[in-house]
Design a protein around this ligand. Sequence first.
Ligand code: CLR
Length: 380
Amino acid sequence: QAGEAVPAAQKSSWTSFLKSLAGFTGDLSAMTAPPFILSPTSLTEFPAYWCERPELFAAIADGKTEQARALAVLKWFISTLKGQYTSRNESMGSEKKPLNPVLGELFYGYWPANAARGGKTTLVVEQVSHHPPITAYRIENLEKGVTLTGHSAQKTSFSGGSIIVKQVGHAVLTVSLPSGESEEYLITLPRLRIDGLWYGSPYIELAETSYIQSSTGWLSTIEYKGKGYFSGKSHSFKATLTPHSHIHTSPHVIEGTWHTTSKESHSGATFHDVTSPKEEITVASIEEQGEWESRKLWHGVAKGIREGDFESAATFKGKIENEQRQRRRDESAGGTTWELKHFKYVEHDPVYERLGKLFKANPPTEDGYAYLGNGPHSES
Ligand code: CLR
């Protein structure tokens, strides 16, 4: 039934939200939505999803051949999807609207070192643009020599009752080998469809194709399908790993559902398995955080949302927005611009252009954000 999951008092507000979505393209994050669908978490926290199985990230460095490492990258990547795209449903009952980060907002955290993964794995996130929203991130396990640098933005539209999200941005994973050489992997991102809006209980399904292109030539092509395709199950995928040139190695084919398990088609061996618990990032307490750090910055708003005190949430949000507006006015009056702290804008990411050519990436070029190497916990 329509609006089934919507609290009675918010039904008309949900309906008008849905109406305003029709024919809408652009920046969904700025749109006002009814309180029941608001999440107390900022989008700057989302890059942590890339590393909630830190041992899989570290294990990339242990692959003895180019092929073994390409498979390890694919396995790590597939294993992040459950967290990236279903964890709000698990923790809050449905997909929700995250807090829209302010320019300069930061999120820092780490996964501690242990025997299974070697070194400490650290995350640095910075909101590098507010309009449109762009989030840049860097994850590194320096002891293992594995890093991930990327940025994330979204273009949204509405079609057939669903929100369609095209992810703009990409990630580059690098592995430094004991030989002194290093490999790069260009990672593109799938398209999202947000279904279940009519009932007021949105959830994500992935669609179309994403790629992982290695500088060694190995290419993973990952196709996503929902209910009624491949296996008939939602969250299905099929990944094919092929060498670059016409080497006569049969490709690896992997099929399964990304939120549970998958198998290698030839051997039937389990490829990925995310049925065990993941490991959340460790973050400093709010008292220890600086004023630009996400949880400190949004504390009042998040508390209001969690406790159902939406008036207080709105007051705190208004304060943050006014302060931001004032800052932008001061900057234009003083002829200055906001300076990024951990990243530098790159007009045409050279790695994207070089590796993107190998699989005819669309678009052929993308901007990037280079990491400045000045995260807060660079010491391990
Ligand atoms: C951000 C980058 C992450 C993966 C990811 C997961 C969920 C996406 C999010 C990204 C971007 C913002 C997003 C969200 C789901 C819902 C939310 C598209 C791509 C939009 C802005 C809010 C929709 C509002 C409805 C829930 C009503 O690696």
